[in-house]
Each structure stands twice: as C-alpha cells, then as structure tokens.
Design a protein around this ligand. Structure first.
Ligand code: SAM
Length: 211
C-alpha cells in the first residue's frame, strides 16, 4: 500500500474514536513520514509507535490524537509539551494552538526536531533542552500541558506552570505501563479523568523517574 492510501486508512480509523474535527484535520495535514527515521518511512501511517533512536519513540498516532483532543484547543492557547522526541506532536499542537513551547532532554533529538519543524515552516514553536526542573517555568503559565513520557505521579512542578482552568495530559503509573490522565486545574480541588491505559518511555527528572 502506498503512503497516501495508508494515511487515508489511518485517518479513517482515527475518526471512529476521535470526535474533534480540528485534531483530525491536523493529523491529516502533518507529514508523519518526515518525523520518523528513513528506514521506517513506509510504516509512518501504521497506528503504532516507532523507534527514533536513543531508546525513544514517536508515539502511536491514536495516542497523539487522544492526548491532543484532551487539551481542548480552540486556537488561542499557549501550550507546553514535555518530551519533544521527533517533533511530530509539537507540529500537531502548532496547527491547533497559538504558541508551543516544547522541551526535550536529549540534545540530539531536540536538534533534529528543530530542523524538521523549521523545514516545514513552523514559526510558532520554540524548542529547548530540558532543565533540571520539569517543564519550562519561564514560559508559564500555560493553557495546556502535554507530557509525552510516563511519570510516577502528577508532578507538582507542572501543575504550578498550568493556568487555573488549564488542562494537563500525562501518563501516570509504573515505568512500564500507565494510565493517561487529564487533570483540569481548579482553585480548590483539581479534576482528574482517566482516559485509559497506555505505555510510554519514562519521564526522567526531578519529581519523576531516575535515569
Ligand atoms: N512527543 C514525541 C514525538 O512526537 O515524537 C514523542 C516523545 S517520546 C515518547 C518521550 C520523550 O520524552 C523522549 O524523547 C525523552 O527523551 C523525553 N523526556 C523524558 N524525560 C524528559 C524530561 N524530563 N524533559 C524533557 N523531555 C523528556
């Protein structure tokens, strides 16, 4: 099957479970094949995670769509992504929000993500090498935060970077499997929804896992 047919099949399957039309249209628009290693080119539109080197992965398209939908983006938001990886999720966010800040702890991945996003012409994404503190506090507050690596608990440092009423989408559980949580920040008690099981590489850092 050619790439275009594979992309159409993937979009068709995503549309069975994802209702946000803006998310589906961003997924239709961003060329995932440019974010995967050349040897994975033909698998770019299979609904699965793929290796991007350094022991890391580009997430499964369904999970990207589910997490993005949970942010409820309307177009005017400033969003933080923790875990740039290939840069694919950052591109999806850039299609749907006003400004995207994305942090990555592996310098080589941050560099190649920057290159591909520049080549695609995105001007509303800034990528930083991650600091010791989770996230990017100097850009806070954010309307939404998406964490694309699994944490042992919801990190307080990230909640503090989120606006009141903002959404944090994060896999929480063990090093090997997690539940995808959507946390809406409220003045008194945050609202937590469980979006289902998932498997992510570990989030490394203060308030998360040891390397
Ligand atoms: N969103 C990515 C994409 O679209 O390709 C997939 C990210 S991959 C599943 C998880 C990434 O999180 C890895 O690249 C890993 O190096 C990064 N990571 C882990 N802990 C981190 C931290 N504390 N800060 C920033 N990045 C981190």
């Amino acid at each position: 099957m050619g790439l275009e047919a594979a992309r159409a099949r993937l979009l068709d399957s995503l549309s069975q479970e994802i209702s946000d039309k803006r998310v589906l249209s961003a997924m239709a628009h961003v060329p995932r094949e440019l974010f995967v290693p050349p040897e994975c080119y033909r698998a770019a539109y299979e609904d699965m995670p793929l290796s991007i080197g350094f022991g890391q992965t580009i997430s499964q398209p369904f999970i990207v769509a589910l997490m993005t939908q949970a942010l409820e983006l309307k177009g005017d938001e400033k969003v933080l992504e923790v875990g740039t990886g290939s840069g694919y999720q950052a591109a999806i966010l850039a299609e749907l929000a006003r400004w995207v800040v994305s942090v990555e702890r592996i310098p080589e991945l941050a560099k190649s993500a920057k290159e591909v996003l520049k080549k695609l012409g995105y001007t509303n994404i800034e990528i930083h090498e991650a600091d010791r503190v989770l996230g990017w506090p100097s850009g806070a507050p954010y309307d939404g935060i998406i964490v694309t690596a699994g944490a042992p608990r919801v990190p307080q440092a990230l909640l503090e970077q989120l606006k009141l009423g903002g959404r944090l989408v994060i896999p929480v559980g063990s090093r090997w499997e997690q539940n995808l949580l959507k946390v809406t920040r409220r003045e008194k008690q945050n609202v937590v929804e469980n979006l289902g099981g998932c498997r992510f590489v570990p989030l490394i850092g203060e308030g998360a896992w040891e390397e």
